[in-house]
Structures are given as C-alpha cells and as structure tokens.
Design a protein around this ligand. Sequence first.
Ligand code: F6P
Length: 361
Amino acid sequence: MVRTSKRIAINTGGGDAPGLNAVIGAVVRGALHRGWEVIGIRDGYAGLLDTSKCLQLGRREVRGIAHLGGTILGTSSSGNPFEFPVGGDQTVDRSAELVKNFKRLGLDALIAIGGDGSMRIAHELAKKGIPIVGVPKTIDNDLNGTVSTFGFDTAVTVATDAVDRLHSTAEAHRRVFTVEVMGRYAGWIALHAGIAGGADVVLIPEIPFDIEAVCRKISDREAHGRHFSIVVVAEGAKPIGGQMTTKGPAEPGREVILGGIADQLAVQIHQETGKETRCVVLGHLQRGGRPTARDRLIAQRFGAAAVRVIDRGESSVMVALDPPHIRTVPLEVATSRMKSVPLDGDTIATAREIGICLGDE
Ligand code: F6P
C-alpha cells in the first residue's frame, strides 16, 4: 500500500534572518493541513547528528511566531556535516551518520531553510539520497535563482532608517558619516538602503572604489554649501587593486568575518578632506528583531510552497521568488554562483543619475 501521509523535517542553518519563524509556521500549518507530521531539527544540520535535538512541531509550537525575529529552532554557522569541526584545525565528514539518522527517524523529506552555505550542504545531501527542498534565506540577497530572499527587506529597512537618522546629526555637526552595512560579497543592502536613505556615496563590492573619487564628491558638496555627507559602504567593499577588510583568518569550517572598512574610510576621508568624520557599523542590528510585512509574506509563501513541492514529489530544488510566482530552481542552479548586483541594471543607473557617487568616477 502506498503511504500518503508524510513525516517531514525542517531546519534553519547559517546566520539568522528575519522571517525564519514565519517560514516554520507556514510549513507546519501546510503539513498539518495535509495530515502530515513535522519534526523540527534544532541548531541547523548539527541537530540531525544528535537526534535528541529533534522535536515534534504542532500548532501550539508555531502559534503567534510569524512576527518574531530569530528562529524557534536555533541555528548554527558551524554545523556543516561534511566538515564538522572537532577542535583545533580539524574537521571530519559526518554526513553518513546524518543520512543514517534521517532514515532512522522515518523522515520522508527535509525542508532546509538557509543561505548559500546551507544550500550547498543541501545539494550534497540530496546527492546522498535525502529528498530536500531548500528555502532561500539571507539578509544579503545573494542567492542565485530567486529574485529575492526573505530577510533582505528587513535589513534594507533597518539600514535605511539608520541613514535617515544620521542625516540630522551629520548636518547639525557638519560631519561626514561612513555607515557600514552587511551583505558579504554582494552590495544589495548598501545599494538599496543607500538609494532609499539618500546617501551621497555608496560603495559596493561589485565596484572597487577610488578614495579620490569619494573625497572629490564630499569636497564638491562642501563647495556647494552641503557641509555634511553620508557614505554607505558594504562590508565587502574594497579599493581598486586592494582587498576586502576582514577580522582575521577564518576558523575551520567557518566563513571569514568581514568588517572594518567604514573605520578605514573615515580615517582616509578625514585626512584627504579635513572633514570631521565618524563611523557607524550597523552589524547584527540588521538581522535582529521583527521582519517587515514584505518579509513575513514571502517567508510564508516560501514555507507553504515548500510543502506543496514535497506533496507533488519534487526534490533537490529550492523554492524561489519569480514575481508574481513562487517557482522552484534546481539546487545545482541555486549554488552555481553568487547573485551579485548587476552593473548594467537600472538600480545602478538610477543611483548614478540621481547623483550618488559609486566610488568609480
Ligand atoms: O550572511 C549573513 C551575514 O549577516 C552577512 O551579512 C555577514 O557578513 C555575516 O552573516 C555575519 O556572520 P556572523 O553572524 O557569523 O557574524
């Protein structure tokens, strides 16, 4: 007899992003609606290596969580089962153990909510026979195959609010502010918040900058009676011929930590222009707290779609936003490259045409 009822699992991996709980809630409701069971895996993929971290999720567990930041399941940026850290510089491959636990728990499919790292792990696990559906999460918006990830809109909203607020204090003191935003190797948050917040300079990893061009813009504003300037800089921005600024080498099984470029720029701008310059690093504030309405909506659409995808027997795919639809893309496509800001797109053209300096001219 064919079993129609399913037992599915869900985990949240990598850095958190506003909207994770909204996805979890939609998955649980969509599955219960079909008479299925949902098992929540705590702490990302690591939770499937220790089955005491698995819990049954019902309506009670997901009641009233869609508007909350963080994740009720916890997450981990160091739980890659293929390179599991075991102390010092050592990592071991524990993927076979994970596959065994997945089968022992009687699971039919896993919904993996994560960014590029989590989707790469999902792709590898799919090759080992685990039916997986990915859900694209990251404030960085750098996942290929989807117009947008959830979490991005909240990060842009927080960064835009910060730029708005800095305007009055910058103007009052006739200062320059450098504002560092997240985004890793992509400039989506910086570009969108910079335009929305009315920044004068926006520096993104896709366009290496010339410090002289940046200072020229600030001095031009000064000459025209605009005695303050706001420079929004992505954490991954770098000068022409230079490197990204990092906080030391990466730990085993982890990504390198970016950061510090806004501070360096503030020193250089002060030296070149004589302007008093202050630096603000927004950091994890961009990831914390309540998701925007837009993020709550796409998170829930992604969650419900992931269950639908399992219901029709599809796997090794990621749900993706292709307005007005949610479609699927193969995990292979989602992980094939990073989605950078297109330099020939209208958002870059808009920035230039409204007078924002992008550091290259
Ligand atoms: O990928 C999301 C992100 O917030 C990046 O923008 C940032 O570089 C990184 O994670 C920070 O990671 P962590 O939480 O480990 O400091």
